[in-house]
Design a binder for this molecule. Sequence first.
Ligand code: PBG
Length: 326
Amino acid sequence: MEFPARRLRRLRRTPVIRDLVAETSLDVNDLVAPLFVAEGIDAPRPIAALPGHGQHTLDSLRLEVRRLVALGVRSVLLFGLPEAKDAEGSSAWDPDGIVQIALRDLRDEHGDGLCVMADLCLDEYTEHGHCGILLDDGTVDNDATLERYARIAVVQADAGADVVAPSGMMDGQVAAIRAALEDNGHHDTIVLAYAAKYATALYGPFREAVNVSIAHGDRRAYQQDLRNRTEAVTEVLADIAEGADIVMVKPALSCLDVIADVAAVADVPVAAYHVSGEYAMVKAAAERGWLDGTAVGLEHLTAIRRAGADFVVTYFAAEAAEALGG
Ligand code: PBG
């Protein structure tokens, strides 16, 4: 007897059946909320291009983290905005720098109930806005920068960071940071490497969020060229060999192919950063009533998970957690 052709719509008939056969899940545990904490302000300041987000004071940061935890978002990624910048970005490794104070506060309040990550870079702290120390010709000095990253890693770990997340794309940054952590007894501090990070205009709203403008040039001499796919795997394997515990791809939606490649080769968890511009585009369209922002946000996050990311850093964290029933 001849069988009728398989009817693809059978498995889509009811919500229960669809949930039963779904390949991808999106859970509040898969979300990390990026947060900004500023020195020298006495009230939080909204960030126009990131609706719902602001530059926090230490107090408003504590409140926001409590709100996130209540929603089930138990991982946060901190960025610091110092009051004064200099050529080297020295407040980044000041034990009493703004991020270090915030880390201690959150650690004291939440203990191991919260996973606190610290972005590890210099661009928020340097007056020229580059992610490292500059040579006289204006290019970034890779190895001099590594020495500063190592110092930042140690003060962040001392202050209670569970995770340090180097985002500057210097060669050898994971090895330098891992060695500094080991030398200082921080054997349990996790290194989440921004391993495949592309130069993109999608970081625009973030620059407003952290008060960074790049004095000369751009980041194309250290961040990856969006036209390239193969080198992402090379970057990731190098970071894993240097001791990265987690690798991250950034941005997310314009790099879904890269996320899939990385997930196929990495023997460590893979993260993706749904960046400021990806969030801002959805929010701007939603404000005009052109689309349902929450629904599109959830679709973005689901697609990023489907591509192979284990978790996602996203400005949608709170909104998604609410929509997921948090
Ligand atoms: C660098 C850093 C950037 C972002 C995270 N870490 C900016 C850059 O590389 O220019 C961007 C994040 C976002 O756009 O949401 N410290």
